[in-house]
Design a protein around this ligand. Sequence first.
Ligand SMILES: C[S@@+](CC[C@H](N)C(=O)[O-])C[C@H]1O[C@@H](n2cnc3c(N)ncnc32)[C@H](O)[C@@H]1O
Length: 707
Amino acid sequence: MAKIEDLIAQIPDERLRKAVAAEVRDLKKNKKFGLVFEEHLPETVRLPNLPVKVGDLVAKKREGGNQVWKVRAIRKGKADLVKPVEGYSTGADEGGEVPVAELVVVGSFGDSIYPALVPVDRIARGGPDKPWNVLINSDNFHALQLLLYCYEGQVDVIYIDPPYNTGARDWKYNNDYVDKTDSFRHSKWLSMMKKRLLLAKRLLKPDGVLIVTIDEHEVHHLGMLLEQNYSECTQQMVTIVINQKGVSQGRLARVEEYAIFVFKPDAKVDTHHDDLLSPDQSDQKRFQVPRWEWLLRGGNNSRREDRPNLFYPIHVDPTTKVITKVGEPLPIGQNPDLSSFTPGTVAWPLRTDGSYGNWQAKPSTLRELIYGGFVKLGGFDKKRNTWTILYLNKGSRGRIDKGEIRIVGKDAVTGALEVEYSSAEARQRNIKTVWHRGFHDSGIYGSSMLRSTVGKEVNFDFPKSLYAVRDSLRAIVRNKPDALILDFFAGSGTTMHATALLNSEDSGRRRAILVTNNEAEYKAGQELQKRGILPGMKQYEEQGIAESVTWPRCRNAISGCASDGKPLVGSYLSGRSLSDGFEENLEYFRLDFLDSDEVARGDSFKAILPVLWMMAGCRGEREDSKGSTPWFIPKRSPFAVLIRESEFRDFRAKLDERKDIEWLFLVTDSEENFSQMRRALGRRYQCVQLYKNYLENFRINLPEVLR
Ligand SMILES: C[S@@+](CC[C@H](N)C(=O)[O-])C[C@H]1O[C@@H](n2cnc3c(N)ncnc32)[C@H](O)[C@@H]1O
């Protein structure tokens, strides 16, 4: 082997020399057993905001694929392009002379690139004390690098649902869709996954858990990849029935997919009253949250004329959801003049086919039930133009008296009770490795749920069932109300939705960080390109998944309103109405890249600030600053930045006024000054040196990840 290393040393191009040396090192490891797959040229990323300089790798903006050139010279606004030595380009050897404006800088993974978060939008419904969820539109490799800077060893659970590599162009490698004809499709997938999984591992807490969902196309490869790269962890595979009808294609009907749970050494699974397999439905029922029944009578005697005294109006305040008044029965022969009420302020017993029905209680009884907190508003049904009214029936009220159902709270505005089965009732069991629950059906509780939240026209294949994700997360973080949850293949955003649902069930403060790229769905992307609308253009980006699916879904789920502002229609399994939304906060960012010189000069303060806010735990509504003052102390977040070192004394005095501050970012080029300031500040704070620490973090190449 000495000879080959001598030969390698003679390769003049540094990048090529290093790449060949790394390949040879790998070959020498002489693997005896395990997953062996082709390594690929590093993935690349387009960096549209960086200026094109001599020596840069660039791509032509108007071309898809992964043709990359090196800039040999720039003259009069035109770049002279040559094929880069590493051989990324598959086309012409020389790129010719191209206007600089038509080029975009390309970074290959492993180059030093400096990520920043550009705020795009936000929704705040969680109040000032609840930490913020975050959605990042980005390739997940760079987002993971950024997250490592912020949260190394701090994540409780990572849930990912990567592209399944079905051959149906469900993902891109280096800007190209991978399809059935690609003979390297498995190795490309493994190579892509390995890099991300290695970064992800460093994010997990010592008792953290990684959950990866997958189907038959890559399940065995993934299992081995995880075994090799998470060797200190324990793996268990859960089989989840997601489509009871099955898909057969002339062979056995497939009904399931898999979730591989990878447990770090200290990780545990929480018990639950539902083991997710046991078929004993009546048993299951007893262990669930008590059911709020429809006040509208169904079945026998449910027409108006069957019980004329039970046909009366219920007045509501649609904003607060308070039932304001119970009216008197309207005699047969008189019909309600629905147009005389402001829509949404009166509920009549209208049956699902629109005909007149009746309520289950007479007005005087209903008034008593409302007074006792046993009645609440469900969702607003657009079709019937009325509210669903829910109540705890006689059986449930009897069980409250017997102590079988506990009252755990009361809604401060509506006065409705919050109830759950008492713990004696809710026997805890170990969750099984086969899950068979109707609510894990990805059609009804995935696609339909997505349509209910975003709109019928939403273009996204195969979202997970909201409850399958909720149950996966709950198995790990049921007893961790402050858990940090990450999904870096977020797709339509089911994981944020499930986190919010879980929080609403137990008043948790868990927060989700979602990362997903803004690829357009394959066919939609092709159509756009045919019309000359290319990636990077506004019209194209608007059609991307992050922009057109993930953000609207997360925003609408929280607000409880559709994109046109109307209340969402439908309800969750618990009876909670979709239009209730969630008391959650969410900030939406796009990941961008900064010029390292600008960072070093301190010109990127505004761009880096969101990263500091993330590091400090996404607490308090994020505030902006250009960094032109000696220090920046946001009013609502527990961190402070010293911008002018010379003002340290006054900065320190200011800190004394804010007992909540936990994180300090000190801008100084001097290691020694940083240490002195840190000592002077004492142990109370987590101190970070800017911008040195930031720049160094991203300058480090990640050899084990990139090979
Ligand atoms: C199978 S979907 C996830 C679906 C999701 N669990 C849901 O319920 O909606 C995978 C998603 O990952 C995104 N994706 C693929 N490669 C990515 C990458 N390198 N970085 C970020 N997102 C990526 C795809 O665009 C797709 O939306």
